[in-house]
Design a binder for this molecule. Structure first.
Ligand code: SF4
Length: 334
């Protein structure tokens, strides 16, 4: 049995639907996703978290884009407040902040429901879709509604850097990279954004980073990452996802009591390989059992290698219960 500790911090993914289709997105979100968490499941998940709150320091609500469904967001804020769960913030890309009036009325609605802080995304990935003016509305009006400390900008580096662009128009990503130079852009994404080499970033931004052969990533088990209680996510289907490991589900978060008793790995070969041996073991399994072939150009990180193997396995037609949601693997290149 694989034991994981009770969560200390985490996010609820209401949906993978988003107004954007960002090139770095860990969860490969986009407009084509249609499913949303039901209010009943959300209540069930939050009540489960409340029963296991011993080490909990904070929750956040995320997506996809949570403001695509303000009724569900308001419901979640009120429910968390009733359960006295600490909600650190709601994430948004500010797509809906096209006017000052709409921004103010929406933020006041959420503040009245009990929200105390908003995390506003700002980066060349997001501004490829969202005019910078929307971000300014969210930040300036948000500071009036929630106070200065109630607005977190992720990242303030890019907020300052992009404040000189035309605020009314999205900024094409290729134009940004060309203006910065590939080396400076890749450095800024790694150091100022903390880019995670998994999800869509691994498939669409690999050209910015050095690749190495699979053997370079040998010898590292992933049990520490997969059992980390920090910054876990629970999605609309109930998938319990460890911090950086998008596309891997540890089990059903609607039944946390069972999950925290231990995870049986006997019918989860991918998870078993990663926990017991790491990507090297997963690679051997995929090559021997499913004909996986290494990418001749190599990989930018061990999570990139892991993702490429998992994508191959997900495409074999066999059902791997620990690979999910299924949609994740279908939208990595889009
Ligand atoms: S290699 Fe795979 S299991 Fe390990 S940390 Fe990266 S995504 Fe998670």
């Amino acid at each position: 049995m694989f034991q994981i500790p009770e969560l200390s911090s985490g996010g609820i993914i209401f949906s993978y639907q988003c107004s954007n289709q960002c090139r770095h997105c860990l969860y490969a979100c986009g407009p084509y996703h249609r499913d949303w968490m039901s209010a009943d499941r959300l209540d069930q998940v939050l009540e489960g978290i409340a029963r296991h709150r011993g080490y909990l320091t904070g929750l956040h609500f995320a997506g996809g884009e949570p403001f695509l469904n303000p009724d569900l967001l308001e419901h979640a804020i009120r429910k968390a407040s009733d359960l006295r769960l600490p909600v650190d913030y709601v994430e948004t890309n500010a797509f809906w902040c096209h006017s000052k009036e709409r921004t103010e009325s929406m933020l006041k609605r959420m503040e009245e429901a009990g929200l105390r802080a908003l995390l506003v995304s700002c980066s060349p990935f997001h501004q490829e879709f969202i005019p910078f003016e929307n971000v300014m509305h969210a930040v300036t009006i948000g500071r009036r509604v929630f106070g200065h400390g109630g607005i977190l900008v992720y990242t303030s580096y890019f907020y300052d850097q992009l404040s000189g662009i035309d605020p009314k128009k999205p900024l094409p990503f290729d134009l940004y990279v060309e203006a910065m130079g590939e080396e400076n852009a890749s450095l800024a994404f790694a150091t100022e954004y903390g880019l995670i080499p998994n999800g869509r970033a691994a498939t669409q931004l690999a050209f910015l980073y050095q690749r190495r052969p699979a053997e370079h990533y040998s010898g590292e088990s992933c049990s520490r990452e997969l059992s980390s209680p920090h910054h876990i996510h629970i999605d609309l289907y109930g998938n319990y996802i460890a911090g950086l490991c998008a596309g891997i589900t540890l089990g059903d978060a609607a039944d946390l009591d069972r999950l925290y008793r231990g995870i049986d790995l006997t019918d989860k070969p991918v998870l078993k390989c990663l926990v017991e041996g790491g990507v090297e073991t997963l690679l051997q399994y995929a090559v021997n059992e499913y004909g996986y072939r290494e990418l001749p150009e190599g990989y930018i990180a061990k999570c990139h290698l892991c993702l490429d193997i998992r994508r191959h396995l997900a495409g074999t037609g066999r059902t791997f219960r620990e690979l999910g949601p299924a949609d994740f693997y279908a939208h990595l290149d889009e």
